[in-house]
Design a protein around this ligand. Sequence first.
Ligand SMILES: Cc1cc2nc3c(=O)[nH]c(=O)nc-3n(C[C@H](O)[C@H](O)[C@H](O)COP(=O)(O)OP(=O)(O)OC[C@H]3O[C@@H](n4cnc5c(N)ncnc54)[C@H](O)[C@@H]3O)c2cc1C
Length: 460
Amino acid sequence: MPENLNITNKKILVIGAGLSGSEAAWYLANHGVQVILAETKTIKRNPAQTMDHFAELVCTNSLKANNIDSAHGILKSEMKAFGSIIVEAAEKHAVPAGMALAVNREDFSSEVTSMLKAHPLIEIIEVDVSNPIELQEKHGAEYTIIASGPLTTDPLQKWITENISGDDFYFYDAIAPVVDADSLNFSKLYYKDRHTPVSEEEGVEADYLNAPLDKEEYLTFVKELQDAEKVPPQGFENYKFFESCLPVDTMAERGIDTPRFSCMKPIGLELPDGTRPYAAVQLRRENLLGSAFNLVGFQTKLTYGEQKRVFRMIPGLEDAEFIHLGSIHRNSFLNTKKLCNQDFSSISFPSLYFAGQISGVEGYTESASMGIYVAIQLLRKMKGEELLRFPVETGMGALVNYIFTAPKPSPSNINFGLLPSVVLTKEERRNRVLRKKIKKKKAADRAVKIFDEFRSTLGE
Ligand SMILES: Cc1cc2nc3c(=O)[nH]c(=O)nc-3n(C[C@H](O)[C@H](O)[C@H](O)COP(=O)(O)OP(=O)(O)OC[C@H]3O[C@@H](n4cnc5c(N)ncnc54)[C@H](O)[C@@H]3O)c2cc1C
């Protein structure tokens, strides 16, 4: 048992013993806080769950790359520095997977469950929480962390929608692909915002980069979209899309001209010579630094392989490197930027915090890391300390920064596109073969250095 137990007799309720809830409960209990951990799966599993253990990996058994010069590796090393239960159990039950940290999923989840159950400051309760405030009061808890994940049960979804979020709670995630700016052929692209004249001022660029298509290119492209292989919905996903957020392939299937009247609309996107292209794909900066661009309105059900093949047919994207690919799946997540403070506490219910996928990240490791982030902030709050700002150059800092700066809520994996760009020398920029590797290595070295400096100031 850690030495610093019982620094506070305050109680915290954690809802959900998944990846993020397990981390939050573990961190808080290890810092002397009494935790009530509420989990529903032993009463009723959701359709993705197959076991009673906590921290279930519902799909792949991989926590992704583990090498320190990868974005996932950086994140895991930061989590480890904060005493992550997920990384500890994963390392103990790792199976050979090259550079990735993959686990025996049964043993991994069983280990996390045993560790949590054995902790003297953690009490487990089996309940499908429908009203977090009521449960918080019932257990005499001062704060609650809602870590109920992408498949939050209906009663809790209903409570959140009615009391906190209204329409700012989402049930599907429609992700558009993101490409590395360095992999684009800018000679085929042009900057222009729709209906806005191009600025004459030097150095002032429009927000959107556009890829023009002539008629033949457009027809070929849409035909490929129609015919490409799609990911079928899971049993519980029964796709029902909002008309304003249709996948680009669904639009293509509705008719050859449909994309040209929606996300590939050329109106207001005249080329520098004043003519209007037959159709255009818009790319929007994914971060302020312009190191990554997303394909606007290109949320898609295409399989990953097909996305790379078909989207590289867009002029200027022939050699595109995809930082992440598009997808559509069932996912409960909040518009955290609008509804929460930087510590992920609710603005309207200050005793409620959100952690994990529901707060707007995507993926096992990302969700788990946000459980630690919220626990750190909550512990500070209980001690009367201020919000701790994580440097944006670190993995955890980059995820938080993304949630609070993305133009619209769209859960993201950790990737180098979320970290500020690094400066390359002229020579490094010219090295087309190794440029990407050098860039990642520099960003990774910077992340490690800045995280170490940051952590040394915390006295952890
Ligand atoms: C079908 C599917 C496949 C996925 N595949 C992958 C993948 O391959 N790789 C990857 O990195 N990520 C994947 N993800 C995303 C992954 O689920 C999340 O990244 C991660 O598990 C989220 O962690 P979390 O802690 O936010 O939620 P979870 O790990 O889902 O934990 C939430 C917990 O809360 C419990 N709960 C829900 N509602 C209530 C309630 N009202 N009261 C009490 N308890 C409640 C749940 O039973 C669950 O145990 C997938 C998600 C889904 C839905």
